[in-house]
Design a protein. Structure first.
Length: 178
């Protein structure tokens, strides 16, 4: 749970609509831990999750805030983008996630950027430039408004730092009470 909390901290504090995590059977077998504790874990963190891709060796999970993610997909500019790449106009959030899951079978779909809360301008910049010629790279490749993106990246970092402090404090309290 602590690993998830740390990785999705920007989602937990409302800075970001969603994040992806992979749980694999490599080394620590996080895949099995996920399978065993996913419902309890997400309930404890008050998160929704959607399994995007599942194989014998790993599972790719989208953790999301349904309110923030719904705002992203109903935004007119984002909706036009989604329609332009084959999504139907009137789809529920769950239907969009199901289509996205299908698209993950063939690679890493560009629209995931919107789902993460990346601006449409940066998603367009990535597509137009084939992932090259970006202004700078942080949590994503930035093509538009670098100062704004950098401020947001610092907020993401602070959310992760705060999550780590919270995890460490809980561990200390548990150790002291044992």
């Amino acid at each position: 749970m602590a690993k998830i909390e740390l990785e999705v901290a920007p989602v937990l504090v409302g800075l970001k609509p969603s994040s992806l995590m992979t749980f694999s059977k490599d080394s620590r077998n996080l895949y099995q831990l996920w399978e065993t504790f996913k419902a309890k874990c997400c309930e404890g963190l008050k998160l929704q999750y959607f399994e995007m891709r599942k194989t014998e060796k790993s599972v790719l999970v989208l953790f999301y805030n349904p309110v923030l993610l719904s705002e992203i997909v109903v935004n007119a500019e984002n909706k036009d983008f989604l329609i332009g790449i084959g999504y139907k106009e009137e789809l529920s959030l769950n239907q969009i996630l199901q289509i996205l899951r299908e698209r993950f079978k063939y690679g890493f779909p560009h629209e995931i950027g919107l789902i993460f809360g990346i601006s449409k301008e940066d998603v367009d910049g990535f597509i137009e430039n084939g992932g090259s010629e970006f202004l700078f790279c942080g949590y994503w490749k930035v093509y538009h408004k670098p100062q704004e993106a950098n401020r947001l990246f610092r907020k993401y970092d602070m959310a992760r730092c705060n999550a780590m402090q919270s995890i460490c404090q809980r561990k200390t309290l548990l150790t002291m009470s044992a």
